[in-house]
Design a protein around this ligand. Structure first.
Ligand SMILES: Nc1ncnc2c1ncn2[C@@H]1O[C@H](COP(=O)(O)OP(=O)(O)OP(=O)(O)O)[C@@H](O)[C@H]1O
Ligand SMILES: [Mg+2]
Length: 253
């Protein structure tokens, strides 16, 4: 079953009354439930725009986004807000944790907004922080923990309402190579253990190699779609090969 069916997505941005720039063009993408997919592409190719439209943050000019068969584009604002809160988890490059709250409070925030029982919140926080290997830092302040720990806390926060999918825009973009490896290992573990689908944008072929599939975007169009057949290492080399074949703008990775 597909979690996402994206059909003929079109998006332009207006720069002035006359000037319009096409950012996405005829984007078709199907994501199966349980897949871990990376979207790669040069800067400005439309990756964030695509992720924002799929996750209901932005709207398309044409085409459809079906989430388990539900058309996001037809939903009212309040329906969409509720749908997003319960079905989607968001992870960002800058972590977006609240500095004045400790790690545990940050993780609990979506459940607090959802008015859950304290016991349930405690149990969920424990379960997820154990899975993400951060149960020993729950009482720390955000400024006392590393980038990798911040992103693992942000992933826990994205998971507390048991979403069907995590959308992540450059989740390892602010991390060093050791933390990138950690975060990608934990994200794979979440994908395997909780069966949460993941759609992430990344510039990093190493991070992408942890995914089961890599979709390449260039000038707002999907130009390549490759799936992991063997080991992560082999997939990493395959991704590098595809990027070098395409050449040009991809050199800036
Ligand atoms: N709100 C907006 N208004 C106008 N133009 C926009 C807006 N958002 C994005 N764009 C333009 O759309 C194009 C695609 O932007 P997008 O942010 O999707 O690229 P990206 O692939 O995520 O790039 P990066 O790798 O740098 O994050 C760019 O040319 C950008 O300038
Ligand atoms: Mg972007």
């Amino acid at each position: 079953m597909n979690i996402l069916d994206i059909e003929n997505l079109e998006k332009s941005y207006k720069f002035s009354k006359k000037d319009k720039v096409k950012v996405l063009s005829e984007v078709n993408l199907k994501v199966k439930t349980g897949e871990l997919v990376a979207i790669m592409g040069p800067s400005g190719s439309g990756k964030t725009t695509l992720l924002n439209i799929i996750s209901g943050i932005d709207s398309a000019d044409g085409g459809r986004v079906l989430f388990h068969g539900n058309d996001l584009i037809n939903m009212s604002k309040s329906q969409l807000a509720l749908f997003r809160r319960h079905k989607m988890g968001m992870v960002f490059q800058e972590f977006n944790l609240i500095d004045s709250l400790n790690v545990k409070e940050n993780i609990m925030m979506p459940m607090i907004l959802d008015k859950r029982e304290m016991e349930e919140m405690e149990a969920k926080t424990q379960e997820l922080t154990q899975l993400l290997g951060i149960s020993d830092i729950l009482n720390k302040n955000v400024y006392e923990i590393s980038g990798g720990q911040k992103q693992r806390a942000a992933i826990c926060r994205a998971l507390v309402n048991e979403p069907d999918i995590i959308f992540a825009d450059e989740p390892t973009g602010n991390l060093d190579s050791k933390s990138t490896k950690d975060v990608m290992n934990y994200l794979s573990k979440v994908n395997e253990n909780l069966r949460t689908s993941v759609l992430m944008v990344t510039h990093d072929s190493f991070a992408a190699s942890y995914c089961s599939r890599v979709v390449l975007l260039k000038d707002g169009k999907i130009i390549s779609d490759i799936s992991k057949k063997a080991s992560r290492k082999e997939f990493f080399h395959e991704i590098l090969d595809v990027l070098s074949l395409i050449g040009g703008d991809f050199d800036e990775f």
